[in-house]
Structure formats: structure tokens, C-alpha cells
Design a protein around this ligand. Structure first.
Ligand SMILES: Cc1cc2nc3c(=O)[nH]c(=O)nc-3n(C[C@H](O)[C@H](O)[C@H](O)COP(=O)(O)OP(=O)(O)OC[C@H]3O[C@@H](n4cnc5c(N)ncnc54)[C@H](O)[C@@H]3O)c2cc1C
Length: 357
């Protein structure tokens, strides 16, 4: 059996690990004390098949079978965009891009009763957006890896990587000799690549901040849809009895343990506040995570052109969960030499080869 080492214990590493473990000898390394400490523990956990570039929506649609037909990781959420006077053009563009149907202000208020009818001039909605039970999804992937004889090692940062016909990957405590490395290190993918002597591709980690506020006006937020300002200027999503508000920031940075910027959060809360009747008086908690994009914002899935024993699974941006079933399946198909169900053009456009000509 091929010995495969996956670097990264977020949704990317765990999902590909679960797809590979029945067919190969899999070890997954995670630098932190626990899995999903970085981006994968900080997401909004939404499945929405119309969000992102065309290759992202292709992966999202291909993931739909797993999520919608074959499993119970999803629960209904719905998605609504609202606009103020002067935002009509942006609203019309969003409605087309996100496949939304216009609804009346009364209908919008029935969904989110705190909207300010003196300010909100347009609203549009679509029901095909779901909450993903991300914790359970990742725990199940970890269980699948272990049940198939795979190993998951936390507190194990790959710090030295040498290629001598096989890879020798060193952590603080142990060396691993393997045939193939899968680079699923999130914001650190280029750092891992440099350690391995493979050409980095120029990934850009971008900070996104979130504030959790108490349920506005004591409402039960559970049935509310996720609601957005135009151009994804900000958004709000019910979460465990509270409301999470994000300024939808996309601040380019370097790989690190991200934290929210107070001024950016305040601006997002102020933009949200403009369209609702209930004042935000308290922030319960806040956090930020890194959404990491490739230079052309498409995911990167494939063997490195400069070393076929090195495999990229990177650049999940803000789409890592809802693309993970199809992205991990494609990665496993390419690694195991199986035919993929995805169309050839999508596979080519996701391949790292696109950066080498
Ligand atoms: C605020 C926010 C909202 C989001 N909302 C959504 C959403 O609604 N839906 C959605 O699908 N996606 C969403 N995302 C995006 C999603 O969270 C990411 O795309 C996804 O989590 C990326 O997963 P990953 O496994 O690639 O990265 P990570 O979860 O960051 O995992 C990479 C891991 O690699 C480890 N690592 C790095 N270097 C090494 C090394 N040398 N050795 C060992 N381990 C190493 C890190 O410690 C890290 O744990 C959101 C992201 C944010 C920040």
C-alpha cells in the first residue's frame, strides 16, 4: 500500500484522509493540539451552491449529492439579500448571481422581524442554503481514517521535509517516511511547499472577522435565514440562539493564528445596524479566521508539476466545507489513478499545472 502523509488537520486534510484511508496507508499530521483549530473551526458552516467562482460552484454542485441526498449533515437555513435606497444595481446583480427571487418587504420582515421597513427597500431570498454540521462532519472523517488503520497525530508540525526517492518528514518527535505528501495545510500551504523544495504558488491568506451578539430583541433567531447586505458588504447568521455578524472583510495577511480587528468589526456591526431596529448593545465573543486563496481564486487540486510525489489540496478560500465532498473525492481519484466524475475542463482548471506555463 502507498504510504501517504497528509499535512493539515482541517476539513481539507480530514476529508481527503477519509477518502484515501480505505485504499492506502494514511497518516495525518496536525501542528496544533487539536484538529480544526484554524479556519475549519471558525467558519460560518454554510452550504450554498451559487457562491464563488465557476469551478467552486461546480465542486459545490458535485458535493450536493453527498450533502443533500446521501447524508444528514445539513439543516435548512435559507439566504436573503437586502438593500437600501441607492443600492438597486448591486441588489439586481446579487439576485442574478445568487439565484435569488425578489420578495416583498412584508415577506422579508416575516423572515427577519427586526428589519427596519423605513430603510430596507428591496429583498430577495432563496431557500437552497443549508447549515452544515461541520463538527460532526470532521469527527466522522477522523473516525473513518482511524477505522481504516490510519493515524492522526496532533502536536506534530512538519518542520523538515527531504526527498530521497521517498519523503522523509520530520516533526518535533518523530520522522515519517512516505511515498506521497498531500499538502492540506490551509494558510500554510506555501510554507509547507517551501520546506519540501517544491515551487510555491503564491497563496494569499485573507482575514475574515465575526462578532457574536445576543439574540436581537430576545427573538428566537433559529428560523431566520442568513442575511446579507449587497455586494456581500456584511452578513448575519443565526447561531446557537445568538446572531453572528461579519463585516465580510477580506484582509490579505500572512499565515498566523488570526484574531478580529476591532475597527473592522465595528464597521460591520454599524452596517448591519443601519437596516435593523434592534441596537447591538453587547458583543458576546469575536474571532477571525483565514480564508486562503490561490492567485486566480480557484482551488488547487493535483500533483505538483515539479514533483509528482507532492499533491496540492489548497486554496479553499471561503468554500472549504461545502466543496469538501467533491474536492476530496477528486483528490483521492487523482492520487489512486481512478477516473473522476467531474468534467475534464473543471479538473484542468483546478490543476496546479495551470500556473506552470
Ligand atoms: C469567518 C469564516 C467563515 C467561513 N464560512 C464558510 C462557510 O460558510 N462555508 C464554507 O464552506 N467555508 C467557509 N469558510 C471557509 C472554510 O472555513 C475554509 O475554506 C476551510 O476551513 C479551510 O480548511 P483547510 O483544512 O484547508 O484549512 P485549516 O482548517 O486552516 O487547516 C489547515 C491545518 O494545517 C495545519 N498545519 C499548517 N502547517 C502545518 C505543518 N507544517 N504541519 C502540520 N500541520 C500544519 C494548521 O495548523 C491547520 O490546522 C469560512 C472561513 C472563515 C474564516
Amino acid at each position: 500500500m502507498t504510504d501517504i502523509l497528509i499535512i493539515g488537520g482541517g476539513i481539507a486534510g480530514l476529508s481527503v484522509g477519509a477518502a484515501l484511508a480505505p485504499h492506502a496507508s494514511v497518516t495525518l499530521l496536525e501542528a496544533e493540539d487539536a484538529l480544526a483549530y484554524h479556519a475549519s473551526g471558525r467558519s460560518m458552516a454554510l452550504y450554498e451552491a451559487n457562491y464563488g467562482s465557476d469551478t467552486t460552484t461546480a465542486l459545490a454542485r458535485a458535493s450536493g449529492d453527498f450533502f443533500i441526498r446521501d447524508t444528514d449533515y445539513l439543516s435548512p437555513r435559507g439566504l436573503m439579500v437586502i438593500a437600501k435606497q441607492g443600492e438597486e444595481d448591486a441588489f439586481a446583480r446579487d439576485a442574478i448571481k445568487m439565484n435569488l427571487q425578489s420578495i416583498t418587504i412584508d415577506e422579508a420582515l416575516a423572515k427577519v422581524p427586526i428589519l427596519n421597513r423605513k430603510v430596507v427597500t428591496n429583498a430577495a431570498f432563496q431557500p437552497d442554503a443549508w447549515d452544515i454540521d461541520t463538527d460532526r462532519l470532521m469527527q466522522d472523517h477522523a473516525r473513518t481514517i482511524r477505522a481504516n488503520g490510519g493515524r492522526i497525530v496532533c502536536k506534530a508540525s512538519a518542520t523538515k521535509i527531504r526527498f530521497e526517492g521517498r519523503w522523509i518528514v520530520s516533526t518535533q518527535t518523530e520522522d515519517f517516511e512516505v511515498d506521497l505528501i498531500v499538502n492540506a495545510a490551509g494558510a500554510w500551504v506555501d510554507e509547507v511547499t517551501k520546506l519540501a523544495g517544491v515551487a510555491p504558488l503564491g497563496f494569499i491568506p485573507c482575514r475574515r472577522s465575526v462578532a457574536r451578539v445576543p439574540a436581537p430583541g430576545g427573538h428566537d433567531t433559529a428560523p431566520w435565514p442568513m442575511f446579507f447586505g449587497v455586494n456581500e458588504g456584511w452578513y448575519a447568521k443565526p447561531d446557537a440562539g445568538s446572531l453572528c455578524i461579519s463585516p465580510a472583510d477580506e484582509h490579505p495577511t500572512t499565515p498566523h493564528d488570526a484574531w478580529a480587528d476591532d475597527m473592522v468589526l465595528a464597521q460591520g456591526i454599524s452596517d448591519y445596524q443601519d437596516v435593523v431596529t434592534e441596537e447591538v448593545t453587547r458583543v458576546q465573543s469575536n474571532w477571525a479566521g483565514l480564508r486562503t486563496f490561490s492567485p486566480d481564486r480557484h482551488l488547487v487540486i493535483g500533483h505538483a508539476p515539479d514533483n509528482s510525489a507532492f499533491f496540492w489540496l489548497a486554496g479553499q478560500g471561503g468554500y472549504g466545507f461545502f466543496t469538501s465532498p467533491a474536492a476530496s473525492k477528486l483528490a483521492a481519484d487523482l492520487i489512486l489513478g481512478r477516473a473522476s466524475e467531474l468534467d475534464k475542463s473543471t479538473i484542468t482548471r483546478l490543476s496546479p499545472n495551470r500556473f506552470s506555463s
